[in-house]
Design a protein around this ligand. Sequence first.
Ligand code: HEC
Ligand code: HEC
Ligand code: HEC
Length: 407
Amino acid sequence: MGKCIVVLLFLLLGGNVAAQSTVEKGRYLAAAGDCVACHTATNGRPFIGGRPFHTPFGTLYSTNITPDKETGIGNYTLEDFAAAMRRGEGAHGNLYPAMPYTSYYLIADEDIASLYTYFMRLPAVEHVVPNNDLFFPANLRFGLSFWDWAFFDKAPLVQPEGKSPEWQRGNYLVNALGHCGECHTPRNFAFAMKRDEKFAGNILEGWDAVDIRAESLRRQGWDRAQLRLLFTTGASERGTAFGEMFSVVKHSLSRLSDDDINAIITYLLDGDDNVAVNGGDSQLAAQQYAQGRADFVAYCAGCHGREGSGVTPVFAPPMDRNAGVRAESPFNMIAVILRGLPAQRMNRTNARAGMPGFHRELDDARVAGLVNFMRSAWGGAETPVTQEKVAEIRHQLRKDDYLGVVE
Ligand code: HEC
Ligand code: HEC
Ligand code: HEC
């Protein structure tokens, strides 16, 4: 009898521990998949949905994924959940690819099951999200089956032989759960990712989700140590994470284990390691772009240092050897100078004061001069930026309402 109770207790507790560890695993995978970034409205409770997505076809809202039976996914079976996650088939019809099933289709069965267990055990929150405001024909969900048929490329994840388990884990995290390509891969006319230009960079919400292919990262001086700092703290000697990338670091990457961060870095940096790092010549640059140098001293040096060495990555990142200054595309430099960056808080001990925008103080010619000075002093860019290029970016940012938000 006594023995029986011990066995029973053991089974009960053991079962619970197993269920608990599935929940924990699901929580971890939800962080790796960054579900919270999209399923939370500004200042809302996590996972209750309602975040707007502005598309050329109108506005779409993310849904409530707490297990509320009326307004959430409480009636979903594991199969329903898997269909939504991997095939974009929701209970009310096909999902819009704003839900990144075009990457999540690669998530392994057991990870889908852990995610399902985790979401089903969250507190159910009754919350009705706003109705989508999409134009014809994008408002018709059945049209999405045509999109899926034409553009949803379900190529399996290839794990080449000879790559280490760490590399393979990185491959899985980056392409499946991390859905990095959803932002970093350019899209075609129908908003599908261009597979042959994977990770080549893409403009989104007024920022350049930069080229993150190995060669480009190396040319900008990224190495394991600096990428680890970026992914775990959001700031490094090569620059900070901002725009949507700040949220990716805050809610997703900074919550991953050291092993998983190492795996992601191993995968990202795989390639030719003999790429020359871009450099610059600050004396030559000051002669060539005297007005740019003067503007840097007048407007920027107070925070970024006269020689561009920054203060600390958190207070103001260095410009000398900054990845953005070294990047081939000047888009983010120009956009940061015009827009500025809001104050941000990663956690209790890691906050940044932000940076004012200079779209009023500096006209197109002055911005071009400043960018050219910085790029040739500290970045080694070969082609100078024209005033017309700055005008074009300024026009685009103004049209999309990104200027004047940060004062
Ligand atoms: C990039 C933004 C984004 C991310 C990241 C994201 N979702 Fe979604 N998700 C959406 C949007 C938008 C919808 C609604 C699509 C629609 O209505 O067609 C949606 C719909 C869903 C649905 C269907 C719900 C329903 O009511 O039918 C489920 C389930 C879901 N998401 C789960 C998840 C999980 C789990 C994660 C994390 C692993 C996740 N999502 C990450 C944007 C996102
Ligand atoms: C009040 C202090 C301040 C001033 C003045 C300032 N910056 Fe910044 N700058 C910052 C901070 C802080 C960040 C990082 C903010 C973040 O990532 O959230 C930043 C980020 C940047 C970045 C993005 C690169 C990266 O790695 O994050 C660029 C480029 C930049 N500044 C250029 C300039 C230029 C050019 C000027 C002068 C026109 C200037 N800044 C003036 C504080 C300042
Ligand atoms: C929601 C969109 C989004 C997703 C998802 C996303 N990124 Fe980014 N990422 C950006 C944007 C925008 C930038 C440019 C701003 C910046 O430099 O921080 C960026 C910048 C970067 C940079 C360069 C940082 C710098 O300062 O030059 C790296 C490296 C990077 N991302 C890696 C990743 C990896 C790895 C993933 C997947 C785990 C990922 N990103 C997912 C939007 C995204």
